[in-house]
Design a binder for this molecule. Structure first.
Ligand SMILES: N[C@@H](CCC(=O)N[C@@H](CS)C(=O)NCC(=O)O)C(=O)O
Length: 240
């Protein structure tokens, strides 16, 4: 049995999709990142970076944080979606790292400047919109002569998909990306992907978009980490 520490966001969905795909037994533990639950001591024991997702595997008492590492862990545990042949394996891992170091962070920053900033920052928004567009084109070119990023459907596709999903909100129409569109529709139609995407969707109805939530999410620095490590909750709504 695996506990999935989760909130319904793109990074969370990488893992809910993977768990649905590989059929391992799991249950979700909600970590409401708008309410500061990412700083709770119990969660920090599994995820020292105070970010979802994280997992705890009851079979061996192991915790794993960081989406990419969790995907590798689950692929190895289930023997699925990560080739064992060394060459094919590196092919998957390079696209997984590409997602974790490029597509995810860039789309995440774009999301911030599109949906969460109080004061528009055109330079930042344009910078990340262009980078998101560039990264989508990299995928599109890669998919010209293969069905999936590393040939076979793998954890690289599972990692990238949730960051392509919000393309409309992020101001892209995928209009120039014919191959990416085919890839996207194919993955979207998988029943396990649909189940994974739906995990926790009802929780968003009550999402707190108050000043407190903004302060918890967008006012973190070293003091926040040290306070949480000492078992105190982050300052909310205060200037430091
Ligand atoms: N590199 C991490 C990123 C995880 C991440 O940024 N998670 C976000 C949700 S999508 C989060 O927990 N945010 C909480 C916060 O900003 O306080 C991964 O891929 O797992």
């Amino acid at each position: 049995m695996i506990d999935l520490y989760y909130w319904p966001t793109p990074n969370g969905r990488k893992i809910s999709i993977m768990l649905e795909e590989c059929g391992l037994e799991y249950r979700t533990v909600a970590v409401n990142i708008n309410a500061g639950e990412q700083f709770h001591a119990e969660f920090l024991r599994h995820s020292p970076n105070n970010r979802i997702p994280a997992i705890f595997d009851h079979d061996n008492g192991m915790s794993v944080f960081e989406g990419g590492a969790i995907l590798v862990y689950l692929a190895e545990k289930s023997g699925q979606f990560l080739a064992s042949d060394p060459v094919a394996r590196i092919d998957v891992l390079q696209w997984l790292f590409w997602q974790a170091g490029g597509l995810g962070p860039m789309a995440g920053q774009l999301s911030h400047f599109v949906s969460y900033t109080r004061d528009p920052v055109p330079y930042a928004r344009d910078r990340y919109a262009k980078e998101y567009d560039r990264l989508l084109a990299v995928m599109d070119v890669r998919l010209r002569d293969r069905e999936f990023l590393a040939g076979e459907y793998s954890i690289a596709d599972i990692a990238a998909f949730p960051w392509v999903m919000p393309y409309r909100r992020l101001g892209n129409d995928l209009g120039r990306f014919r191959n990416l569109r085919i890839w996207f529709d194919k993955i979207k139609s998988r029943p396990a992907v649909q189940r994974g995407v739906d995990v926790g969707k009802d929780w968003l109805r009550d999402v707190d978009v108050s000043e407190t939530a903004r302060s918890v999410m967008f006012n973190q620095d070293s003091a926040t980490v040290f306070r949480a490590a000492d078992g105190q909750q982050p300052h909310v709504g205060e200037d430091r």
